[in-house]
Design a protein around this ligand. Sequence first.
Ligand SMILES: [Zn+2]
Length: 316
Amino acid sequence: MIRRMVYLAAALVVLAAAFFSPSIAQCAFSPGESGPASSQLLLPPAAPSQIRVSVLKTGHTSAPEIFTYACGSLFHSVGINHTAVLIEHPQGNVLFDSGLGRGVDAQVASDMAWWAKLLFRFEKDTPARDQLDAAGVAPPRYIALSHAHWDHASALVDFLEAEVLVAGAERTFMAAPTHAVLPSQVSSSAIRWREIAFENKPYAGFPQSADIFADGTAVLVPLFGHTPGSVGLFVTTKTGKRYFFVGDVVWNRAALRHARPKFWMMGAIVDNDAQETGVALRQIAAVMKANPDLEVVPAHDAQAHDELGYFPSRRE
Ligand SMILES: [Zn+2]
């Protein structure tokens, strides 16, 4: 009996070592190539605007911190939200991502592999369309998609009047379904896609950018890596406050503070190109350092969203 218990304990130790050791080895990125000079990382002066911003919570779950970034705590549970971000602009509203939509259960049931369903379990909150309709807020003119994964694209079909801004590389990526890109979410011929026209105009150290309203209030930048066409969105509000919504480059701000990649196993499942994702992470960390007032908001970081507050409350 004792011998059996010793064997069992030894097997558990070996399993734990196999599970966690790659994560420990990847606790932090190497410094990598030096990026732009810090003066180039500074945000341009805030232009006057009427912009308000708000987070719409459409679903949630939680997980031990270690599953969200390398060398996070095994014992500390963190909140994970599924969100859309509303940017209210005089020329039309924008959603950054769409969150979990009205049809998410059917989409997941029909298109997601069984193991992915187990891994990506979620609790539903109110879909973005229902939240906006109930509050009498005009549907978005644009949805800017950080990337095409299921938890970001689920509600595209709830907003068929919107144009969906997406990077060209993401359109190619979406053409082949994967465990995280669901055809039922992105294959409708009624979705009005528009490729993001990135220009060679540097913005906060990013060599390319796309200014949605050509007024500096909502500026998309490439953050390729997590998926081939992942993008981030800089927003400047009425009071001059700056936000940077960074999609899934990282799942929480702690990963940025510590410059840590995702937990190796989750990164292997969700990051299309781990090295490029690391480059994007370092870019974001550098911009944060150069602009201490900039608020960086990952798509799933419930703590960051709690601090911002949720729709219908707005930040100006
Ligand atoms: Zn996601």
